[in-house]
Design a binder for this molecule. Sequence first.
Ligand SMILES: Nc1ncnc2c1ncn2[C@@H]1O[C@H](COP(=O)(O)OP(=O)(O)OP(=O)(O)O)[C@@H](O)[C@H]1O
Length: 252
Amino acid sequence: MGLNLRLEGIKVVKGGRQVLAVDELYIAGGEVWGLLGPNGAGKSTLLQVVALLERPDQGRLYFDGEPIIWRRRELLRLRRRLSLVFQEPLLLSTTVYQNVALGLRFRGMEEKEISRRVEGWLKLLGLSHLASRYPWELSGGEARKVSLARALVLEPHLLLLDEPFTGLDLPTRTLFLEELRRIVKERNITVLFVTHDYTELPLLADRVVLLSEGRILSTGRPEDLVSLLPGARSLPGPGQRFLPFVTIQSGG
Ligand SMILES: Nc1ncnc2c1ncn2[C@@H]1O[C@H](COP(=O)(O)OP(=O)(O)OP(=O)(O)O)[C@@H](O)[C@H]1O
């Protein structure tokens, strides 16, 4: 079941400066949200808060309506409901199979169940033929898929992705996004993914949140956000980047 998320009055200060100030954000279970904004907007910080890796200086975060209590034991329990995928695949120097199995081993799962799950996910992501390869024998796109398999094998209720598609060529990225959308929708997984690239949004996201200087400028459907781009009548074409935020009006 997709986890629903609520942020209320979340503030994060770093180096004496407020880098995140989210008054309110609600993400319903099973929805896919894109988090868009320029460098330094606070996207990764927001993701780290939601991943329970960074405690905000102020405000409340709720999982399925329950306020998060920032105690170690509680956090460990709740982190089992989510998976985080970083921009760099960060694979260990072992086979693809072992990389994907690792999280399940940590959870003390039986070997038989581990192999059932790992093989199932490798197959679903078209990675079965790479099971005995090492990370240095993979292309960038394959390594990213392995990283995604490692997150999905844990069967999270919330999937958090920090620019996992950057650097992939356009056809690979398009296929990857479409495949990912099918998988998360079939399993009703809530997703929040960070991107710089506007063209990724219509392929994956139900909703988008625009962040700038730590604040939410707007939220809406990918197609509705086009109206915030002066002069733009349609989504930018493949490879085109989002316009600078200074030209966007807030609200909407
Ligand atoms: N440890 C730190 N100390 C001080 N400031 C920090 C620290 N970490 C991040 N920041 C600042 O916090 C702000 C938000 O950073 P964050 O990484 O969340 O942005 P981002 O939107 O993910 O950026 P990018 O797209 O470049 O990855 C930035 O201005 C950054 O310089």
